[in-house]
Design a protein around this ligand. Structure first.
Ligand SMILES: Cc1cc2nc3c(=O)[nH]c(=O)nc-3n(C[C@H](O)[C@H](O)[C@H](O)COP(=O)(O)OP(=O)(O)OC[C@H]3O[C@@H](n4cnc5c(N)ncnc54)[C@H](O)[C@@H]3O)c2cc1C
Length: 399
């Protein structure tokens, strides 16, 4: 089928099947069976897209995906953007463990896990960081001991985003403490609904609890859920991080570019900036230096979007660039932080509201987005660590 015919088919299908409530701002499911989807349109959109396999457009059809080529997936995204359709499903299943399983999983593992991810029937969390193992992740100490048919797991993870809503965890665990640290780590999947796992949400100053401490007390991971070989999990875990950073750098393919829940294109800035910078220089910002900052941010945003698009088209869409994803993670997260900061500076005192009738919903949201934006240069590996990766692995500079 020619690309033009495919585009017309997509257009027609979207016109008929994307309900009004799935367009514009709103909830995007993560696949959790523990979070109720209140809005019927969001539910319907997920169901319809999952039936087409278009929640994971490039994954093979045998695992529930759409089986689309790179070019077709780009067309689908473009047409979703035209009607401002939200992604039907996001989260660590689609973005992180799914692509990793496609690369490293056995056929049985793919059959068991991928179709559920595509249908939004399983939410995942990431069990990497521990107290004492963040940037130096390979120092992790959570122990997994071989018990014949299964591994028995004891220890603690921390900052586990969404663990309280997750059905499954992918985790890095120590299977051999007597070898150099990178060589004694395995990558395994754990069912979160078992007595050996306890999650304790960490409450933030904002009152929300986006992540947890997670405790393992003789928790169980089945042997069939070991990904790759025992003690060789480090390379699987690193690859997953590249998928994570692709998402943060806007390379993973979402109709509205997202950088860790904060829009990479910062479209909310657009309307505000128009009002303040104004057409023909007649806007409200008197300070020319500040006006320059806003304009520079817009130019950077647009150039970044074009670069993401070019890279997406040049590389197999949905795959990653390897170590070079760190460049996108650094630039995208800095951009999102700058955007959130400029936005509240533009709003003046209205940009610092926490509650109360004197603030609009958008103003209240801006304060929270600004606070949340502080974290995106940290998770998925801090930007300082990404700088090291770019220096060593991309530019080949000496250690
Ligand atoms: C919002 C959020 C969500 C998260 N979600 C998850 C999750 O779901 N699962 C999970 O496993 N983890 C998660 N994390 C944890 C995250 O991956 C770690 O916070 C991150 O890797 C940094 O580790 P750390 O906090 O221990 O900081 P540290 O490693 O202690 O670093 C402290 C500071 O030292 C700097 N530093 C450390 N080493 C170097 C170096 N070699 N060169 C230069 N500078 C260095 C760092 O850049 C940082 O500024 C999340 C974190 C946040 C903020």
């Amino acid at each position: 089928m020619s690309n033009e015919t495919f585009r017309q088919e997509v257009k027609d299908w979207l016109a008929e099947n994307c309900p009004p409530g799935a367009r514009g701002d709103g909830q995007i499911p993560t696949g959790s069976t523990k979070i109720v989807l209140e809005d019927p349109d969001t539910k319907l959109w997920l169901k319809r897209m999952a039936e087409k396999g278009w929640t994971a457009p490039t994954w093979p059809t045998e695992y529930g995906g759409g089986g689309l080529s790179t070019e077709e997936a780009v067309i689908l995204l473009e047409e979703m953007q035209v009607i401002d359709a939200r992604a039907p499903l996001l989260g660590m299943g689609i973005r992180m463990i799914g692509p990793t399983l496609l690369e490293f999983g056995t056929d049985d593992q793919k059959q068991r896990h991928l179709p559920k991810i595509v249908r939004g029937e399983a939410a995942w969390c990431q069990g990497y960081s521990e107290p004492g193992a963040g940037s130096d992740l390979a120092s992790l100490r959570t122990r997994a001991e071989d018990q014949g048919d299964f591994f028995s797991i004891n220890g603690q993870k921390t900052w586990t985003s969404g663990a309280q809503y997750a059905d499954w965890m992918f985790a890095l665990v120590r299977t051999n403490p007597d070898v150099p640290k990178h060589e004694g780590i395995s990558f395994m999947l754990l069912d979160m609904d078992q007595p050996g796992i306890t999650t304790k949400p960490v409450q933030l100053i904002s009152g929300s609890s986006p992540f947890c401490e997670t405790f393992f007390d003789n928790a169980i991971a089945q042997k069939s859920d070991l990904i790759g070989k025992v003690n060789q999990g480090w390379s699987v875990g690193k690859r997953l991080l590249q998928y994570e950073r692709s998402g943060q750098g806007g390379l993973a393919g979402s109709p509205r570019l997202e950088t860790g829940g904060i829009r990479g294109d910062l479209s909310p800035m657009d309307s505000i900036a128009k009002q303040y910078v104004g057409e023909n220089d007649q806007g409200l910002i008197a300070d020319t230096d500040f006006r320059d900052e806003v304009i520079r941010h817009h130019m950077n945003s647009h150039s970044f979007k074009l670069t993401q698009k070019r890279v997406g088209e040049e590389n197999s869409f949905g795959k990653t660039l390897g170590e070079a994803t760190s460049i996108f993670k650094i630039f995208g997260s800095n951009l999102a932080r700058t955007g959130a900061e400029l936005k509240i500076r533009l709003m003046g005192t209205q940009g610092h509201g926490w509650e109360g009738e004197m603030f609009s919903d958008d103003e209240l949201e801006s304060t929270r987005t600004w606070l949340a934006s502080r974290s995106i240069t940290i998770y998925g590996g801090t930007n300082e660590v990404q700088n090291n990766i770019v220096a060593k692995r991309v530019l080949g500079l000496p250690d």
